[in-house]
Structure formats: structure tokens, C-alpha cells
Design a protein around this ligand. Sequence first.
Ligand SMILES: [Zn+2]
Length: 154
Amino acid sequence: MPETLTSPVTGSPLAVLFDIVAASARLTLEEERDGAETAAADHVYAAYPDTLGRTVEHDAWTGFPALRDNSVQPSAVAHLGGGLWLHHTITDDADYRDALTLLVPCTCHCGYVPSLIEDENDLQELLRELRPTGGRAVHRGDTGGPYCAGIPAA
Ligand SMILES: [Zn+2]
């Protein structure tokens, strides 16, 4: 009677192999997190030298590994204060572009309004709009404008 079905794997080559793949999976997650933080920091330094590059420290970024099932790329977020967040990822389409999004809490308190930021001018324009409200996006769910419901507040 073969005992393959019941024998414990502890100490066996198989157990060691499982440990190896578990360790490498952990390492991959670490690398993706670190890579996401570095990519975000590098991007704002390079593309936003007068604004985010001066105000968002490298260690402000918190990286997240890819979500394989949803094919979500590694990403990183940085809190700007006042409940506003920056979100950075590299798009997985052909040209692997940096995608920087500002998440602004909505006046309805139900969620965030995301704004994809194209460049520094774009960001400054957005900040000028937000300044009078202290960093709150005006709820415009009825107008089909930027809509908060897609990103519920935690
Ligand atoms: Zn809203």
C-alpha cells in the first residue's frame, strides 16, 4: 500500500520545495512593492519637479504588489494630507506609461473623485480648483462628471 496520500511532507524534499516557492513568492511581493514605490517616487521627481517632486518624499509612498487575478499592476499611494491621495501605477498596455491619479475626497463623504494627472500644468490647474474648497471635490454624480461612487471611502 503506497503511503503517498498520507505521509506528512515535513522534512521531505517536497516540503523544502514548497518552502522555496513560498519564499520566492514572498520575495516577488517585496520586490513589486519596492519597485512600485521607486517607480512612483522617480516619476514625480522627473515629471513634477516644481510641485510633487518638492513636496512628496520618497518614503511617503506605500507600494502594493500586483493583483494577479484582476491583472492589476503594482502600484503605490502617497497621502498628501487632508484625505487626498496620490496613486501611481504603470499601465500594462503596450507603452507602459506612468499613470498618476489624484484621489480627492468628495463633499458627499461617500467616496473619492479620481483625476488622472497628465503633467505639472494639469496638476496645478486641479490644485487651483481645489484650493477654495480646502481639497474637497464637489459632488457631481448627477451630471456625469467625475464621479465619486467608484472609489468608496474606507
Ligand atoms: Zn460624491
